[in-house]
Design a protein around this ligand. Structure first.
Ligand SMILES: NC(=O)c1ccc[n+]([C@@H]2O[C@H](COP(=O)([O-])OP(=O)(O)OC[C@H]3O[C@@H](n4cnc5c(N)ncnc54)[C@H](OP(=O)(O)O)[C@@H]3O)[C@@H](O)[C@H]2O)c1
Length: 280
C-alpha cells in the first residue's frame, strides 16, 4: 500500500477521475520527472499536463520511473488553441502522445476557447480523437457556462469535465452547477490560488482546529464538494500534505465561512488573456 492509501475518484460521464491530481505547470526537466515519479510512488494516480507546459516528455519519464502500472494512472493533457482546426488538432494530439510516449491519454482537453475557429469543428475533431483511440475521455478547460452548452450541443461523445480556476477566493458556483447538471466534473486549477492561501487568517484558524495546514483546508473545501483538485508543488515534502485530505471533514458552518472568502477580484489567471491571446 502506498503512503497515501487510495485517493477517491469521482464518476463523470463514464470517466473515473481521482479527486486529487498533480499539477505540473512550470515544472520542467529532471525536476519535473522527479516530482511526478515521487507523487506516483506516494499514491497520486492523476497527473495534469498540457502541450503548452513543454514538459510532456518529463511527465512521461516520471511515469515510467515510478514503476506504477500505466493502467493505474489517469493522465490528462491539453491542446493549445492554435491547434484547433481538425487537422491541427489530430496532429497535436498525436504529438502529445509521442512526447509522453503513451498510446493514449485518459483525458484530452481543449486548453482555452478559441473564437477564431468554429467550436463545432474543434469539438468534432476532439470527438474523433477519442474514437480514434488517442484519448479515453475528452473535455474542455476555461469554458464559460454558455460555451459548455455550445460544446455539449456539438459533441457526439460525452464531455467529462471543464477544468477552470477554482479556489476559496473565487465564486465558481454557476459553472459548478452547469457541470453537475450535465454529469461533468469540475476540475479546479490553481486550487491553492497559487500560494495566496497561506496568509489567510480564516484558513489558518480552521486548519488549527483540525490539525491541518491552511493548504489542506483550501483543498479539502473543494474535494468535499466533489471538485477535483490538481495542486502543483515543486517540493517533494509538500506532495503528501496536498493529498492527505480524506481523514477529516469540514463542518457546514466552516464551509460557509470559507465560501464567504470569494470576491470579484479573486482570479489569479487573467481571463482577458484569452481575448488578447494571439491564436495563430
Ligand atoms: N487549464 C488551465 O488553463 C490551467 C491554468 C493554470 C493551471 N493549470 C493546472 O493546474 C495546476 C495547479 O495550478 P497552479 O500551478 O496555477 O497553482 P496552485 O497549485 O494553486 O499553486 C501552486 C503554488 O503553491 C505552492 N504550494 C503548493 N503546495 C503548497 C503547500 N502545501 N504549502 C505552501 N505552498 C504550496 C507551490 O509552491 P512550491 O512549488 O514551492 O511548493 C506553487 O507556488 C497547474 O500546475 C496546471 O497543471 C491549468
Amino acid at each position: 500500500m502506498s503512503e497515501l492509501g487510495s485517493i477517491p475518484s469521482i464518476a463523470a460521464n463514464g470517466a473515473n477521475i481521482p479527486l486529487v491530481g498533480l499539477g505540473t505547470w512550470e515544472l520542467r526537466g529532471r525536476a519535473c520527472a522527479r516530482v511526478v515519479e515521487q507523487a506516483l510512488r506516494l499514491g497520486y494516480r492523476h497527473i495534469d499536463t498540457a502541450e503548452m507546459y513543454d514538459n510532456e516528455r518529463d511527465v512521461g519519464e516520471g511515469l515510467r520511473a515510478s514503476g506504477v502500472k500505466r493502467s493505474e494512472v489517469f493522465v490528462t493533457t491539453k491542446i493549445w488553441p492554435n491547434h484547433f482546426t481538425p487537422r491541427d488538432l489530430e496532429r497535436a494530439a498525436r504529438d502529445c502522445l509521442a512526447r509522453l510516449r503513451l498510446g493514449e491519454v485518459d483525458l484530452l482537453l481543449l486548453h482555452w476557447p478559441n473564437p477564431n475557429v468554429p467550436l463545432a469543428e474543434t469539438i468534432g475533431a476532439l470527438c474523433k480523437a477519442k474514437r480514434d483511440g488517442l484519448a479515453r475521455h475528452i473535455g474542455v478547460s476555461n469554458f464559460t457556462v454558455a460555451l459548455v452548452e455550445q460544446a455539449l450541443a456539438a459533441a457526439t461523445e460525452p464531455l467529462v469535465c471543464n477544468q477552470v480556476e477554482c479556489h476559496p477566493f473565487l465564486d465558481q458556483s454557476k459553472v459548478l452547477a452547469a457541470c453537475r447538471g450535465h454529469g461533468m466534473a469540475l476540475v479546479a486549477y490553481s486550487p491553492l490560488a497559487r500560494g495566496q492561501f497561506h496568509r489567510n487568517e480564516l484558513l489558518n484558524r480552521i486548519g488549527a482546529t483540525h490539525q491541518k495546514t491552511a493548504a489542506q483546508i483550501c483543498l479539502r473545501y473543494l474535494v468535499q464538494q466533489d471538485i477535483v483538485v490538481i495542486p502543483r508543488s515543486s517540493k517533494l515534502e509538500r506532495l503528501t500534505e496536498n493529498a492527505s485530505l480524506f481523514d477529516f471533514t469540514l463542518s457546514e458552518s466552516e464551509i460557509a465561512e470559507i465560501a464567504a472568502l470569494a470576491h470579484p477580484d479573486g482570479r489569479t489567471v487573467d481571463w482577458a488573456y484569452s481575448g488578447r491571446m494571439k491564436w495563430d
